[in-house]
Design a protein. Sequence first.
Length: 502
Amino acid sequence: MGSTVHWLFGDQLGPHFLAPGEDGPGRDTPLLMVEARSVFRRRRFHRAKAHLVLSAMRHRAAELGDRVTYVRADTYREGLDRAARGRRVTVHHPTSYAALRLVRSLPRVSVGPARGFMVPTDDFAAWADGHGGGRLRQEDFYRWVRRRRELLMDADSPAGGRWNFDHDNRRPPPREADTLPVPAPYRPREDEIDQEVRHDLDRWEKDGGVSFVGREGPRLFPATRTEARSALKRFLARRLGSFGPYEDAMLAADPVMSHSLLSSSLNLGLLDPVECVERAEAEWRAGRAPLGSVEGFVRQIAGWREYVWQLYWYFGEEYRRSNELRHTAPLPDWWCELDADAVRARCLRTVLAQVRDTGWTHHIPRLMILGSHALQRGWDPAAVTDWFHRCFVDGYDWVMVPNVVGMSQYADGGRMTTKPYTSGGAYVHRMSDLCGPCHYRPGDRTGEHACPYTAGYWTFLDRHRERLGHNHRTARPVRQLDRLSDLADVRRQERARGDAPP
């Protein structure tokens, strides 16, 4: 038995976490993995998420065979004691502050640099410090990464002469279409490991102390490297071309649209972001995919995903407690239980049902339906962050803290984004087919058919008019408040509505 063992966390499951190097384990270094049930006692996760994570961990352990010691324990400390048996332990930098505190508190554990991301955190810190460390814009960072990695570049210029194709990639869905005419995404097949996980989750719930939200059907997302590579291959070959134009669009009967569904695979470590963006670029250079769609996909990974990871560490742990708008309302029970059937507003009912049934919906429903409603209602941003973390299969602390605190809830007052991302029903109506059959009307602010998003938007601006009136991106709609003859009625109506399901 060697004197050193390497610990793999449940989101470090791909081969790039075992590649030899100065900061990696040797080719024959014994490995250990710990499945800690306390994780599921501390938080009430979506059932589909719990299933995916445990299935991925157990599949990886089966692949590694005798090289790995896989321990099922009550806590990480207990499992590590049983598996390490006094040996020195190495581990790659974990992906949360809590996990980092844990590994740093343990004897004989040395922490190496993070893997699974495109930029070392020290390099990002130097870049951010050079920009003043305050308002760090994703666009500037994205261009820096593109140059640094020579990604979608023609010499010193961006491919096609443009850094982004956002303007072209904001089309509403095709009229009179229930779904996009694209091939279906990759779907994995379950096996005996999945059945074992499902049996264990059932038993844990029956024994008490562990409970879940949401529904669990057949597993929809990859749990192995082989499955994740198949999902990437299918997306690049059959879905990437139509991704760009409709990446912000929504259709009630087509929650997936042309999205890749690769976020959970990336966040479990089954895919390396570098391979994703380089293979996407290769599709464009081979003439098999349009530049606009490829750039949109690359931006999501090399731009946004990487940016969120870096800000999580750069801003520090206190960032999660940001609450510049002083929103403190608790999340209502119908929201926490994913009770879509209690909701009348078709857009929110549809999206909440997608989360309930799959643990996933794409970025626009997350931001402009779920996040926008929470922001308008003044819910506690820390509670909203925790909800997103627990209820999405791709939700991790590093993912959700910047995405929700900074982007969705504007709780940092603008350190990450230049304005709050919320809107009235007109945006939802323009970008989806969700408003047509709805009881509410996007143009109505008051009355029986008053859209909760339209009325909520104006009351949000009214509540924060002093702050938002000084923001150049929100000053104009704030000035429009004074032209609303029914503003007092809107205020009374929304106070009466409260946090009841709209």
